[in-house]
Ligand binder design. Structure first.
Ligand code: NAP
Length: 329
């Protein structure tokens, strides 16, 4: 284990604010890994909407300033803490968290948040596993208790979590409906597990979804934009249907009566609330998906670290999602 403090290129946030507070520095000190940590040379890092809320200072969990954003890294182990036996230098890995931040050339991560990256997945794909797939699993299995044969609507199927959810739901034997806002997004959902797709920018798309269920309604909805859709979702549900709130960017008025006759439910999901046991179970299921081949992250726009501010604008205000956004380092 080296004890020399390295200077690396990394994006730093000195104060909370707009995308421009993401500054690329070239002299960021990186501590050597502690006993149960590893040092990873980062090849790619996933870009997630939550990182924009944290950067803006509007998220419930605020890091101590200054900080480097990013949790979903993939790369190669460069150094090991003295107690680490499960990895060796040169191993390809991905992470579900980091200690020093992922928008960087190197990162330090605690060994219990590091996983081997299978050979058949690229580094970019490795950076698209953590938040998207662990959230999709938590929503579909832990919260919705979805069963084979049920109809699921992935309301926002063209982004990181949506594509993961389509692949996962299809592999679990559900009938999968997905929505997107562009032809590219619709095709992506279809190519990644959706049986039927609908454009959420069309006026009558909710009627079309209802029609496609034969009038019985949707059993499970994984909702990426609940502040727009929750009222419509409650109308779409079947008897005993469940809406799982994954994404929300503001308040919405609903009529609670819409849940009564159908005894439907609304459940929130937070990946940060997952226990260690939940993470272990999700990881086991997701590794089975990598082995079987259905877990295949689809990469969308790629950015260098210099373009971090642009990436944060695009993930919130882009013209339409086309897969997972990543930094390539
Ligand atoms: P993303 O890659 O940016 O994708 C956003 C998705 O939302 C796209 O499929 C987009 O479709 C869709 N969308 C846009 N307008 C919509 C509308 N009117 N109705 C339905 N969907 C719409 O983001 P992500 O990583 O998949 O995350 C999605 C949301 O989940 C974000 O709000 C994120 O913060 C949240 N999230 C929450 C958790 C949690 O633990 N609760 C974990 C991860 C993510 P088009 O672009 O094709 O229109």
């Amino acid at each position: 284990m080296t004890s020399v403090m390295r200077l690396i290129r990394a994006v730093r946030v000195i104060e909370f604010g707009g995308p421009d507070v993401l500054k690329l520095h070239t002299d960021v000190p990186l501590p050597p890994p502690e006993a149960n940590q590893v040092l990873i040379k980062v090849h790619a890092c996933g870009i997630n909407p939550v990182e924009t809320y944290i950067r803006a200072g509007v998220y419930a969990r605020k890091p101590t300033l200054p900080y480097t954003p990013g949790t979903d890294v993939s790369g190669v182990i460069e150094d090991l803490g003295k107690d680490v036996t499960s990895f060796k230098k040169g191993d390809r890995v991905f992470t579900t968290s980091t200690v020093t931040g992922g928008y960087a050339e190197y990162t330090v991560a605690s060994v219990d948040t590091v996983y081997p990256l299978p050979d058949q997945l690229s580094f970019k794909q490795g950076a698209a596993i953590s938040i998207p797939y662990f959230t999709a699993y938590r929503a579909l299995i832990h919260k919705a208790s979805a069963k084979a044969g049920e109809i699921i609507l992935v309301h926002g199927a063209s982004g990181g979590v949506g594509i993961a959810a389509c692949q996962l739901a299809r592999a679990h034997g559900l009938r999968v409906f997905g929505t997107a806002g562009t032809p590219e997004g619709l095709n992506l959902a279809l190519a990644n597990g959706a049986h039927k797709v609908f454009n959420h920018r069309e006026k009558d798309y909710i009627d079309k979804i209802q029609e496609a269920t034969g009038g019985d309604g949707v059993n499970v909805i994984l909702e990426m934009l609940s502040n727009i859709n929750l009222g419509k979702d409650l109308q779409l549900l079947s008897t005993g249907g469940r809406v799982i709130i994954i994404g929300c960017r503001g308040p919405i008025e609903i009529n609670p009566r819409d849940t009564m006759a159908k005894e439907s439910s609304i459940t929130g999901v937070s990946l940060f609330s997952a226990t260690k046991e939940d993470w272990r179970e999700s990881a086991a299921a997701l590794f089975a998906g990598m082995e079987a081949g259905w877990l295949k992250p689809r990469i969308g726009p790629e950015y260098p670290l210099e373009k971090a501010p642009q990436a944060h604008v695009d993930i919130i205000k882009g013209a339409g999602a086309t897969g997972k956004m990543v930094f390539v380092i």
